[in-house]
Design a protein around this ligand. Structure first.
Ligand SMILES: Cc1cc2nc3c(=O)[nH]c(=O)nc-3n(C[C@H](O)[C@H](O)[C@H](O)COP(=O)(O)OP(=O)(O)OC[C@H]3O[C@@H](n4cnc5c(N)ncnc54)[C@H](O)[C@@H]3O)c2cc1C
Length: 485
């Protein structure tokens, strides 16, 4: 009897041990039982997960943080229409505020350009925790199985194909891995070379950011409607902003070079000199983070794999906004997956890259191409000499309408008439106007090239398209390398 009891307990121990190292068991013959695995509770991941679960898919979402620590402690700006476009209910009116017009300040601090965006078109600012909380509720109500404190360390690769992810050291198998784990996603970084997906997002392609809310010193005069955006403040290649929100001073400092505490404090000192209302007491935030500042990856789908949001570099390259694009990508991705139906039984590939390609195609056609064009503008701004940028402000060669467009997610296009007028204004600086004109021409050409994305998977055509799209950027990034910190 004792021997039988011992045998039973050993069998149970073995069973538990096997379950522990395997997590979601590997389905033997059918993909039907294999869940869709979403890595990271970012905006795109949560929305894609919700849409797929609502349509009857078994979706598991792994998030490394605990629920109460999700989302950053600050407000995000994005277009109000994002909710409607993503099929989400509009937020309550008291959940957001309208963003004020921006006042851009030249690198020498002497010139200003203020946008004039009609109120109804302006972005809204919403507390990140409120927004993420809404998305988590929506995902849960749609049937997503959310697992907190579940850190993904990389993909599971079998026979060169992604078949799952490793979560807290345990293999979890799935039919599709949706990578929403942000700019430095370990899933994307762990993909095999055969996937040909960019693994690292390096200098010039990311902006390192410090964001904090400080107490507001009401004793000094300040304009609470002013939203100041500094270009190249203190010689830093990047931007900084200061605004008043929720009775506090919201400060953002973003640099393409590494941003350490000492540099941040130097810039804070400069900001405080010019904005005496920014007091010393830290109220919220006070964190460092990185945002992709580049065109979307030229390939973000592979067999059983699709990246979304920052993991696929879907932010606007000149300003780093990514929420609206991530929402839209979630719509395209979920529609693509749903159009394929549930995978049947068979080989290790449940979702072929040629089928997932439609997701990338639609994203590029809808907005990715515009983001590619804006990446050219970014390189221009990062490599132009400071004096040139000052002159663009000083002589009115750069106008409010040019700066409004990327804020609204649009490409910068300048009519011939307006360009001629600018030539007259800047006649004494042809060395500045010509590069500006050629930057705008390049930007348009890049956008056209990106729009020519092959509609269907054709290895040769796609390889050629990627090569043509990336080609001009090698020159720009070499120019940026010359601009050392
Ligand atoms: C300071 C700052 C300000 C910004 N301001 C704006 C703004 O005003 N407007 C705007 O549109 N965008 C803004 N953005 C960009 C915006 O945050 C992103 O583009 C957007 O959130 C899309 O990102 P995501 O969903 O892909 O990933 P993220 O928001 O980066 O979310 C990734 C999630 O994955 C989790 N995760 C990461 N690694 C793992 C892992 N290994 N295992 C499990 N989970 C993991 C993270 O904890 C996180 O919850 C800002 C970003 C920063 C840093």
């Amino acid at each position: 009897m004792r021997i039988i009891a011992l045998f039973i307990s050993i069998s149970f121990m073995i069973l538990f041990a096997v379950h522990d190292t395997i997590g979601t068991p590997r389905p033997s013959s059918s993909h039907d039982s294999a869940p869709i695995l979403v890595c990271g509770a970012g905006h795109g991941g949560l929305l894609a997960a919700a849409r797929l679960a609502a349509a009857g898919h078994h979706v598991i979402l792994f998030e490394k943080k605990e629920e109460s620590r999700l989302g950053w402690d600050w407000h995000d700006n994005f277009l109000a229409r994002s909710f409607h476009d993503a099929g989400l209910k509009d937020p309550e009116w008291n959940d957001f505020i309208r963003v004020n017009d921006f006042t851009f300040i030249s690198p020498d601090g002497n010139y200003r350009i203020t946008t004039e965006i009609p109120l109804q078109n302006r972005e809204i600012a919403m507390d990140r925790k409120t927004l993420i909380g809404m998305l988590v509720r929506h995902a849960r109500e749609s049937g997503v199985d959310i697992r907190w404190k579940s850190e993904v360390s990389g993909p599971v690769i079998e026979d060169g194909i992604v078949t799952g992810v490793i979560v807290n050291g345990i293999k979890q198998y799935g039919s599709l891995v949706i990578d929403s784990a942000g700019i430095d996603s370990p899933v994307r970084r762990g993909l095999p070379p055969s996937y040909e997906i960019t693994r690292e997002i390096g200098r010039g392609e990311r902006i390192n950011v410090y964001r904090a809310y400080y107490s507001l010193n009401k004793a000094v005069p300040y304009d609470e409607r002013e939203y100041r955006v500094y270009l190249g403040i203190n010689g830093m290649r990047g931007i900084a902003w200061v605004r008043t929100i929720d009775g506090a001073c919201d400060v953002l400092i973003g640099s393409i070079d590494p941003l350490d505490t000492a540099t941040m404090e130097t810039i804070m000192g400069k900001i405080r000199t010019e904005n005496r209302q920014v007091d010393d007491t830290l109220i919220r935030g006070g964190s460092f983070a990185s945002i992709p500042l580049r065109r979307p990856l030229d390939l973000f789908v592979g067999h059983n794999y699709a990246a979304i949001g920052d993991a696929a570099a879907m932010t606007v390259p000149v300003i780093g906004s990514g929420i609206e694009n991530s929402f839209k990508a979630a719509v395209f991705l979920s529609e693509t997956v749903l159009s394929l139906g549930k995978p049947g039984s068979g080989s290790g590939i449940a979702y072929h890259r040629q089928d997932l390609w439609d997701y990338q195609y639609r994203f590029y056609r809808d907005r990715g191409a515009r983001l590619c064009g804006l990446d050219r503008v970014k390189y221009f701004l990062l490599t132009a000499p400071w004096d040139d940028l000052n002159d663009l402000f000083r002589k009115g060669l750069l106008q409010a309408s040019d700066l409004e467009k990327p804020l609204l997610g649009e490409s910068i296009e300048i009519s011939t008439g307006s360009m001629i007028l600018r030539f007259f204004k800047g006649w004494y600086r042809p060395d500045l106007l010509l590069p500006m004109k050629s930057m705008l021409d390049d930007s348009r050409e890049i956008m056209e090239c990106a729009l020519a994305i092959p509609p269907r998977w054709d290895e040769k055509k796609i390889t050629r398209w990627r090569k043509e799209l990336n080609h001009p950027f090698t020159t720009y990034s070499t120019a940026l390398k010359g601009k050392t910190p």
